[in-house]
Design a protein around this ligand. Structure first.
Ligand SMILES: [Zn+2]
Length: 595
């Protein structure tokens, strides 16, 4: 047990650390006919970034291509070195299950901001994390240090932050292959003999125009004493002209085949985003912004009446909080997903004749843990939660609980109307904000939500949210990290029992994991796609994939990433980032139809 825990922690540490980089230049991506990295007119979408142009070069030999790959990798390292994106890792330790394959045994969650400069630094959003790590570090401090060295981690995002060159590596061309819409050259990369320890070994895919690495798959060799290097599949997206930005990393270890002696088994997803959240001038901008909105949105030219003033004051608090969460990289900017959510909310409002003084808004929190909360008239729901909900009725049920809080006037706190309360570091967001209700309000919201649902277009479809909650209950003991909410109320009580909307569980059919047409909950990652540069979210429109065994269901589970790569500016023919597992889309059409 101790072993496994250490390992789980190590992995996570490994996943989190890496990122740093260095170097420059952008190549022209708007000339797809040319196979040369030359002709560079970098149009930076990012103000304030100085892009250095690479020397014009037309590689003709494999050697020249390799030189360009190395040059581009160093350019990316340089380009990102002043960035401090968020990195989130969600890890599930696995145990074999006769019927369901390898299923989660316990989980861990990490969220932090990375400094991608020369020395890798990470600041955690989760206060508990520090003590969690300390407790696991007892006796393994040394390992921790090994794992924490930038070189030891750079492979997660970069091929090798320090030594990616011909002195340390051999490059062997394999063949051409499409990743999504992008034609790539595949190279096998192996460390030279005695070139050092902890070097990348694996395969890289480079796009065939500028020779940027778009995917890395492999591990680290040789393995040092007392430490592990994990296998890693790392994907980049073309989000900035000339650069492919590290976005997803999947890691997996473990072999449950007969006779295997693997002690370690886990799968983990890491996502990196928030690259373009500026670090400067944030606080001033915030205080300025908010005072105006009250004035602007007032329809009359006189002083507000006492009730109007009270409402304006509450809206100011609401706007402040949303703005601050977005600045901290936790809330996606307003977008199309919000409209889908708002449509579902209005379906419930209309049939219940709910007429509120201000419209209910909905926003997406971009993190994994399953949570919702509302602030003022805005409902916030997490990406992980939307991902795992099987259909629109389930989404409606989850939203109805927060709508009930709004209808019942539970969200009247307005202390955040004072902008000084917004002045804290991003990393301490979870210590400064909290939107939890007391048990009485929770019970009242649940009762009201059921009432609203029974009088809504979803009244005949409440078996699916009930099953979802039952599935959650079945997995709750193994998924405590996923179920730990950070701003809102948890779905479970302190004994790990699912309490949210429990009346729906009571009336739902029984959960049957072997029944293939009963999809109670989806894997993570199947619905929401996040743009790591600007934090925008959108719905993934993937075709349904049929489920052929109980092992395909993977409720709440982590799967590999297989984003459909496209070049920046190209019209996407499909959608990306669907989990390879695939069952995540069986019922996705309902929600789409609402748009
Ligand atoms: Zn609540």
């Amino acid at each position: 047990m101790r072993n496994v825990k250490q390992c789980g922690w190590l992995v996570a540490a490994a996943l989190l650390v890496p990122l740093s980089l260095g170097a420059q230049q952008a190549a022209n991506t708007s000339a797809p006919a040319q196979a040369a990295p030359a002709s560079v007119q970098p149009v930076s979408a990012t103000p304030g970034l100085a892009l250095v142009q690479p020397a014009a070069k037309v590689p003709v030999s494999v050697d020249q291509v390799v030189d360009t790959i190395i040059e581009r990798e160093h350019a990316l390292i340089q380009f990102l070195k002043n960035r401090t994106p968020l990195v989130e890792t969600y890890l599930q330790n696995l145990t074999p299950n006769d019927k369901l394959g390898a299923t989660p045994k316990e989980d861990h969650y990490f969220l932090g901001r990375l400094d991608m400069g020369d020395t890798v630094d990470r600041r955690d959003y989760l206060m508990k994390q520090a003590s969690f790590q300390r407790s696991l570090m007892g006796g393994v401090t040394k390992l921790f240090r090994i794992q924490y060295q930038p070189m030891g981690f750079s492979w997660m995002v970069f091929a090798d932050r320090q030594n990616f060159d011909r002195n340390h590596y051999d490059f062997h061309y394999i063949h051409r292959e499409f990743l999504g819409e992008v034609k790539c050259l595949m190279f096998e990369v192996t460390p030279k003999k005695n070139a050092g320890v902890g070097l990348f070994k694996g395969t890289i895919w480079v796009e065939d125009q500028d020779y940027n690495i778009v995917r890395l798959n492999g591990t680290y060799v040789p393995r040092p004493k007392n430490a592990f290097y994990f296998h890693m599949d790392s994907w980049r997206l073309n989000l900035v002209p000339g650069y492919w930005i590290p976005a997803y990393i999947y890691s997996e270890e473990g072999d449950f085949s007969y006779g295997s002696h693997d002690k370690l088994a886990f799968k983990a997803q890491s996502r990196i985003w928030g690259y373009d959240v500026s670090r400067e001038g944030r606080e001033d901008e915030l205080t300025d912004l908010k005072v105006d909105s009250v004035k602007d949105e007032s329809p009359v030219s006189q002083d507000l009446s006492p009730l109007e003033a009270q409402r304006a004051w509450q809206q100011q608090a609401e706007d402040n909080v949303l703005e601050r969460l977005q600045r901290a990289g936790l809330l996606a900017p307003q977008g199309d997903v919000d409209k889908v959510l708002q449509t579902v909310v209005s379906n419930i409002e209309i049939t219940n004749n709910i007429d509120l003084p201000r419209p209910v808004r909905a926003r997406v929190m971009v993190t994994y843990p399953l949570e919702t909360f509302s602030v003022g008239n805005t409902i916030v729901i997490s990406r992980g939660l939307i991902d795992t909900l099987p259909d629109e009725a389930s989404l409606a049920a989850i939203l109805s609980h927060e709508l009930a809080h709004i209808v019942l006037g539970h969200n009247l706190g307005s202390k955040f109307a004072f902008t000084d309360r917004m002045l804290f570091s991003d990393e301490s967001t979870y210590q400064n904000f909290g939107f939890r209700h007391n048990p009485e309000e929770e019970a009242a919201a649940d009762a009201k939500a059921v009432e609203l649902l029974k009088n809504s277009p979803y009244a005949q479809k409440l078996a699916s949210p009930g099953l979802y909650l039952k599935q959650l209950q079945a997995r709750a003991p193994e998924l405590s990290a996923l179920l730990t909410s950070h701003l809102g109320n948890s779905f479970t009580d302190d004994k790990g029992q699912v309490t949210r909307l429990s009346a729906l569980m009571t009336s739902a059919p029984s959960l049957d994991e072997s029944k293939l047409d009963q999809i109670a909950a989806l894997p993570l990652g199947g619905r929401i796609k996040l743009d790591p540069w600007q934090d925008h979210v959108e719905m993934i429109k993937a075709a349904p994939v049929s489920i052929t065994s109980a092992r395909d269901k993977m409720p709440f589970e982590v799967t590999p990433f297989f984003p459909r790569l496209t070049r920046l500016g190209a019209v996407a023919a499909g959608d990306s980032a669907a989990p390879a597992g695939g069952s995540g889309t069986t019922t996705a059409q309902n929600t789409d139809a609402q748009k």
